[in-house]
Write a protein that binds this ligand. Structure first.
Ligand code: PBG
Length: 343
């Protein structure tokens, strides 16, 4: 090559061809690192329901959930997070449904683990699917706040029920103080020392949960009612507070730490990565998914490129594991790419 200058460094050499770029690539998306969140409906069969603000995501009847898990597993995904969608009459002020031994999520976990024992099943530990007000815990007597310790005691019982149903990881997403340690003790005392805790450690009070709340019908707490989730979820302005929560959950015995949402909090993912040797997860939440879809629908963004870039950024920031509604399509595309490369 004829050169005009005698530059000693030419980084573009590593970007010259697709083969060289692949060799020099530092982070990748692999289906084994992705977790597909799934919504389950309280009926055995019938048609799935679509979720308007989450194109391509469905609320699945139980038998379809089991079939979907088989499909995901065959595509190379190894883990799912199951969220129950309960009708209004199954909800009350105290979230009693969470401790019903036949509650939907427990039946779903049993059915999935029976059909697909190798799939890692993660369940959410928080009361929002079960409370009529949509909060993650029970309220204090005057209704002005969520009662931390009464909530933690319910979450402990809930975690034991989920472990007994076969959940591989319980994932406290409530942000109550002390819950990780309390849940660890409860699991150990009940004989579930092998059940892991995936802690939603740095979970922010985010506007990006909107579509999820539509999906599970917990929108009541989103701000229109007596209080938002400000008294327990982290203030989006706070980085030191997030570090403190991450450290506490690690000290209390969490097996995996998580930052949520992911894309707007890449700085915290990097901080967490640099602070702990535990595996680190990040949740690309419903609103992050929805905004990519909405822009793509308007023709303003290329869906696949924006999707892959958003996920690579989360990996690059330091997350090992990503919970993302895009998991299935990524796995499907990678399997198709492998098949055509092999053909
Ligand atoms: C409930 C919970 C929420 C999400 C996961 N678990 C919503 C909330 O805290 O209100 C959000 C996930 C998403 O937006 O994709 N504790």
């Amino acid at each position: 090559m004829e050169t005009a200058y005698d530059f000693p460094q030419r980084p573009r050499r590593l970007r010259r061809t697709a083969a060289i770029r692949a060799l020099a690539r530092e982070t990748r998306l692999h289906p084994e690192q992705l977790v597909q969140p799934l919504f389950v409906l309280d009926r055995r069969g019938g048609e799935p329901e679509s979720i308007e603000s989450m194109p391509g995501q469905l609320r699945l009847p139980l038998n379809r959930l089991v079939a979907e898990c088989g499909e995901l597993h065959a595509l190379g995904l190894r883990a799912v997070a199951i969220f129950p969608v309960l009708s209004a009459e199954k909800k009350d002020a105290a979230g009693c449904g969470a401790l019903d031994p036949e509650t939907l999520v427990l039946r779903a976990v049993r059915a999935v683990k029976q059909a697909h024992p190798d799939l890692c099943v993660i369940t959410d530990i928080a009361l929002d699917p079960y409370t009529e007000h949509g909060h993650d815990g029970v309220l204090t007597e005057d209704g002005a706040d969520v009662d931390n310790d009464r909530t933690v005691s319910i979450l402990c019982d809930m975690a034991v029920l989920n472990a007994a149903a076969g959940a591989d990881f319980v994932a406290p997403s409530d942000m109550m103080d002390g819950r990780v340690g309390a849940i660890r003790n409860a699991l150990d005392a009940a004989g579930f020392a092998g059940t892991g805790i995936l802690a939603y450690s740095a979970k922010f009070n985010s506007a990006f949960y909107g579509p999820f709340r539509e999906a599970v019908g917990s929108a009541a707490a989103a701000g229109t009612t007596l209080l938002g989730k400000h008294t327990y979820q982290l203030d989006p302005a706070n980085r030191r507070a997030a570090r403190r929560e991450l450290d506490l959950d690690a000290a209390e015995g969490a097996d995996i730490l998580m930052v949520k949402p992911a894309g707007p909090y890449l700085d915290l993912i990097r901080e967490a990565r640099d602070r702990t040797d535990l595996p680190l997860a990040a949740y690309q939440v419903s609103g992050e998914y929805a905004q990519i879809h909405a822009a793509a629908r308007l023709g303003w963004l290329d869906l696949r490129r924006a999707r892959d870039e958003s996920l690579l950024a989360i990996r690059r920031a330091g997350a090992d594991i990503i919970l993302t509604y895009f998991a299935k399509e990524i796995a499907r595309e990678q399997q198709a790419a492998c098949a055509s490369a092999g053909a």
